[in-house]
Write a protein that binds this ligand. Structure first.
Ligand code: HH2
Length: 284
């Protein structure tokens, strides 16, 4: 349906404290219903996260607290198992912990989304053993101090070089290169101008030779530009999706699935029409 447009990954935060939708899906049934609704709205993938990765800094204060493995699994597994039982959609687990990745893969997850890019070597082992796709995201430092590392001379070049190093590290750890997707990490150890430069010049990351995932949905740079709170950042989020689509990102990670699918359907139709080189018979 979406042709060459990015696939849509719906964000299903099973956390009490995510920056944009924390606490909405605290009980399993509400979370499963929300996942089901995102799939019905056209999401190809769902990203289930049971630990907030809200960074520290001026926007979110101290940032998200560390969550023990047992708590992450208690939030995650019932929802993952219920969705797995009824859907063939790609179910991703957003975790930095190898033990969580391993348990989620055993429970039917298809993909591991690691914002810490293999900081836990156990996660690399779990992914290598499973042979599953892995998203590796660019960041610097830890959640608590990444805002202090948002210093770049040439942000796009440095993010590209650091992602190249991540890719090499993953392959050295036994993960099949063909299973790796890369992500510039919008909002992670980046200022507003870094985020904007990465979206504007995303195509320069394509030289890494791996598909790109972009997660800009409702992020704080949109609030900084517009003054809108997280729940009112859909229009700004769609502008970021347009740049991801223009630069041929493979996946966009979004909170508002129905609006994003509609946006990309029209974007892609215009794009394809332009490429076919012919005016439709209805306008001749
Ligand atoms: N952003 C967030 C979480 N996971 N994963 C990838 N690959 N790329 C991202 O940009 C990304 C991510 C942060 O957003 P959200 O899940 O809405 O918030 P929180 O981490 O507070 O739950």
């Amino acid at each position: 349906m979406l042709g060459g447009a990015p696939k849509v990954m719906g964000v299903l935060n099973l956390t009490p404290d995510s920056f944009s939708d924390g606490g909405r899906f605290a009980d399993t049934r509400a979370a499963v219903d929300a996942g089901r609704a995102m799939l019905a709205a056209g999401a190809t993938l769902l990203d289930l996260g049971a630990e907030s990765t809200r960074p520290a800094g001026k926007t979110y204060g101290a940032g998200a607290a560390d969550v023990p493995v047992e708590v992450e699994l208690r939030r995650l597994l019932p929802v993952l198992e219920a969705l797995r039982a009824e859907s063939d959609a790609v179910l991703s687990v957003d975790t930095r912990k190898g033990a969580v990745a391993r348990a989620a893969l055993a429970a039917g997850a298809d993909l591991v989304n690691d914002v810490a890019a293999l900081a836990d070597p156990e996660l690399a082992r779990a992914a290598a053993t499973a042979g599953c796709p892995v998203v590796l995201m660019h960041s610097r430092g830890a959640l608590a101090d990444m805002h202090l590392h948002a210093r770049y001379e040439h942000v796009v070049r440095e993010v590209r070089d650091e992602l190249a190093a991540v890719l090499d590290r993953a392959v050295a750890a036994g993960i099949d290169r063909e299973q790796i997707l890369l992500d510039p990490g919008i909002g992670f150890a980046k200022t507003r101008s870094h985020n904007l430069a990465l979206l504007a010049r995303l195509d320069e990351l394509r030289s890494l030779g791996r598909p790109l995932l972009v997660g800009a949905s409702r992020k704080s740079f949109i609030g900084e530009l517009t003054g809108a709170p997280p729940s009112e950042r859909l229009a700004g989020s769609l502008a970021a999706v347009a740049w991801a689509a223009r630069h041929r990102a493979a996946i966009v990670r979004v909170h508002d699935v129905a609006a994003t699918v509609q946006f990309l359907t029209v974007y892609d139709a215009v794009d394809s029409s332009g490429k076919s080189g012919s005016l439709g018979s209805d306008v001749r």
